[in-house]
Design a protein around this ligand. Sequence first.
Ligand SMILES: *[C@@H]1O[C@H](CO)[C@@H](O)[C@H](O)[C@H]1NC(C)=O
Ligand SMILES: *[C@@H]1O[C@H](CO)[C@@H](O)[C@H](O)[C@H]1NC(C)=O
Ligand SMILES: *[C@@H]1O[C@H](CO)[C@@H](O)[C@H](O)[C@H]1NC(C)=O
Ligand SMILES: *[C@@H]1O[C@H](CO)[C@@H](O)[C@H](O)[C@H]1NC(C)=O
Ligand SMILES: *[C@@H]1O[C@H](CO)[C@@H](O)[C@H](O)[C@H]1NC(C)=O
Ligand SMILES: *[C@@H]1O[C@H](CO)[C@@H](O)[C@H](O)[C@H]1NC(C)=O
Ligand SMILES: *[C@@H]1O[C@H](CO)[C@@H](O)[C@H](O)[C@H]1NC(C)=O
Ligand SMILES: *[C@@H]1O[C@H](CO)[C@@H](O)[C@H](O)[C@H]1NC(C)=O
Ligand SMILES: *[C@@H]1O[C@H](CO)[C@@H](O)[C@H](O)[C@H]1NC(C)=O
Length: 826
Amino acid sequence: MASISSLLLLLPFPLLVSLCRASDDQLAPSKALIFPQDKLISKNKVFALGLFSLTTNSSTRSYLGIWYNKIPERRYVWVANFDNPITNSSSASLVVTNRSELVLADREGRIYWTSAPPPTAITTDDSPGGTATLHNEGNLVLCSSNGSFLWQSFDHPTDTVLPGMPLRMNPRKDYAERLVSWKGPDDPSTGNFSVGGDVRTGFQFMIWNGSTLSWRSTAWNGKTFISSYVWNDNNIVIGTRIVAEGDDISLTYTVSAGSPAMNARMSYTGRYEFNIWNSIASNWTVLYSFPEYECDRYDSCGPFGYCDGTEANPTCKCPDGFEPQGARPSGGCARKMRLRCGGEDQFVTLQNMKTPANPVLVRNRSIDGCAAECLNNCNCSAYAYAMFSTAVSGGDPSRCLLWFGELLDLGLYPREGNGENLYLRLAGSPATTKWREVAKILLPVVASALVLTAAGMCIVWIYKLRAKRRRKDALVKAILGYSRAPNELGDENVELPFVKFRDIAAATYNFSEDNMLGQGGFGIVYKGTLGQNLEVAIKRLSQASGQGVDEFRNEVILIAKLQHRNLVRLLGCCIHGDEKLLIYEYLPNKSLDSIIFDAANKDILDWPTRFKIIKGISRGLQYLHQDSRLTVIHRDLKTSNILLDADMSPKISDFGMARIFGGNEQEANTNRVVGTYGYMSPEYAMDGAFSVKSDTYSFGVIVLEIISGLKIGLTNCNGFLNLLAYAWSLWTDGKVMDLVDSCLAKSCSPTEALRCIQIGLLCVQDNPSSRPLMSSVVTMLENETTPLPVPKQPMCFSYWGAQGTGENTSSSSQNNTSLSTMMEGW
Ligand SMILES: *[C@@H]1O[C@H](CO)[C@@H](O)[C@H](O)[C@H]1NC(C)=O
Ligand SMILES: *[C@@H]1O[C@H](CO)[C@@H](O)[C@H](O)[C@H]1NC(C)=O
Ligand SMILES: *[C@@H]1O[C@H](CO)[C@@H](O)[C@H](O)[C@H]1NC(C)=O
Ligand SMILES: *[C@@H]1O[C@H](CO)[C@@H](O)[C@H](O)[C@H]1NC(C)=O
Ligand SMILES: *[C@@H]1O[C@H](CO)[C@@H](O)[C@H](O)[C@H]1NC(C)=O
Ligand SMILES: *[C@@H]1O[C@H](CO)[C@@H](O)[C@H](O)[C@H]1NC(C)=O
Ligand SMILES: *[C@@H]1O[C@H](CO)[C@@H](O)[C@H](O)[C@H]1NC(C)=O
Ligand SMILES: *[C@@H]1O[C@H](CO)[C@@H](O)[C@H](O)[C@H]1NC(C)=O
Ligand SMILES: *[C@@H]1O[C@H](CO)[C@@H](O)[C@H](O)[C@H]1NC(C)=O
């Protein structure tokens, strides 16, 4: 299990003062390191600092560096004097001067390296200098004698980043740290290749060959990136975290505690490699590297071409609406139809894309505003939109990126969820495009071009009108249950009132902000009053999300059919142009998370009420899984999707991601992992396998949250990685009642609470088949005498709230399988 110590390394500067404590692993002013024999060893014995020698062309050169103390195959993670080697190692020493600088020099007084240029004369008097300490994570830290932080090697990376070491950039100050490769395998001097942040936008990472760009990542889109591996029978989790604090942006890798030694290195071969120590084979292995494949290199596919990573041998392709230009597809692609600018253009959504090079960031835009921004500029060819969970510069979390002219270096990711939606501008609507192709064939056949043109114009007009009407009809039919998808819809018609858009607008004072209840999965929820006094909640699906229709359809059909007192009731729906709205019963007490995590409000829910809520949710789920005619898997259960009515009875809501199973189906797989990280079961988060047991897992998380009043997503949960780790540790220590929220102290029934915690832990077990069915859960909750199995330890996810720059490939070793997933930001 990972511990908090690996996470503490992530916190950048506030901790520096505490780094400056006295200990044995340090170099004090009076205690110079005399080479070649002297070394500093970190307290945990993992890292060593000293002088090492490399031989090229039969000449031996010595360098001051840091390496892994116990690993036989040397890897130097930091080198001080890489461009200034020492040729006679028997005369060199490292000292802290009385001006608190680290100086590497020889007996003749030649200075090879200092921590603070310009170099000064060396003195090792007794006058106060400072101390240098090699810390457990491989960081050499220099502190002045009064204990203030002066310098650290983590701020001066060479070719390697270690877990916990931030790579920083600041676009406003035109500053970005870069890792620079060695020149060759035994030559640490400045090589050709470097990797680092793109200062211009601050939203992507790049590899350069000299000054030429050779690879770039997709733009940062605010998602969490976690990759998880089974490595020599251990689970290891690598997280990539990008934190923006104002204009300061930093990227940090983290690994779960207990993992083998790992680092990321800009190799002298031009690849950015993630290395792991393989203790069985006793060598360093590359877990994954960038560029991933040949056409992943910068601009391999020419303008508008994209590198299709979903193929076994990735090749260049053209997006729909484009054709290859010239003989080879790597020559790029050209539009089949020229843009006409103005209202005639439309955007098509390309999913899971690596966004193009040279984005232009437009601040402070909604997604609709971002689309409008692009539409209004005739040179704009595409846009992409994201919201960050951490506020970027000026407290504006939006990230609207626009691209002008030709699009370069596009890619389609091999794994779902690693990329993002790119909205590409095309001429005309799909209907007219199709017609134009038909017309091209017809033209030579029909004699009179004039008549044809006239007729054509007329037909196009009618076609467009019809197509629009057809689309609307299809949607209405789908919603009413007439659509041809028998296994999902059955034959039954669903009676559901359609409400006029006018009436909804009136009910919500034209969707005024005062009426906003919150932001749901795919749109905003408003409170409204229909007719005289029917209070309703109205969910308005966001127009430009491009995702809404399927989810809308799903939700309408499902909820209209499902009737249970622990499911939220759908009262009606509305389609108006592109608007799609759902009308639900209004639940005055909002969502569970708004109460149990709110210090000021949490004592509204005493233990009997919480127990009732837990039981209610379990019954609602049992109905979804077993008792309705269909097997419905919710897939996005979380406390914010549990609404409370006037009596504090729970109602499960938000069925936008639910899936229906036929009679015999037990388990399914999806490429697109949807849901909320923390509530997702490991098998679903990592390889997209979901079943009723995935909902059971989410239920277990919710139970533990209800009891503890702690959020699953908190990284620092009383010092533990997350709530599950905390709960498990209390369970094994026999102190599990400590988990119960202190506000429940008076009302709590210890036997009930203990039972609930045990059930919660049973539900979050690693192995889906060990988790109980909801029917068993209901029985366990209702009947105090039902014996409970003993839970097994849950897998502990590392959990951090940002994203990564890339993706990964399978590990090369046969026994080591690799799983990866991208998580929604929060
Ligand atoms: C080694 O020798 C080759 C040619 O003999 C030269 O190009 C290279 O720079 C030398 N390497 C070092 C580290 O001196
Ligand atoms: C290296 O330095 C030591 C001490 O200054 C000296 O005795 C020795 O001769 C030097 N060796 C060479 C090859 O210069
Ligand atoms: C360091 O020592 C030198 C020589 O003893 C002295 O001249 C200088 O003032 C000292 N510097 C500081 C900052 O104490
Ligand atoms: C500690 O010493 C440094 C110089 O070595 C000085 O800049 C700093 O102000 C001092 N801090 C305190 C708290 O005395
Ligand atoms: C580094 O760049 C130089 C000059 O551009 C080139 O001659 C050399 O081959 C490059 N080295 C590698 C390893 O690519
Ligand atoms: C780097 O660029 C040089 C030319 O400047 C080229 O010869 C070499 O192949 C390139 N290396 C890589 C790995 O792209
Ligand atoms: C590491 O060792 C294994 C097994 O001995 C071998 O297959 C693999 O090629 C080695 N990897 C490297 C990078 O040397
Ligand atoms: C963003 O725009 C809104 C109005 O469109 C404005 O009220 C707000 O102050 C802007 N925020 C920033 C950070 O520019
Ligand atoms: C579009 O680009 C052309 C040439 O690149 C430029 O002259 C024109 O001003 C641009 N138009 C807009 C609206 O930016």
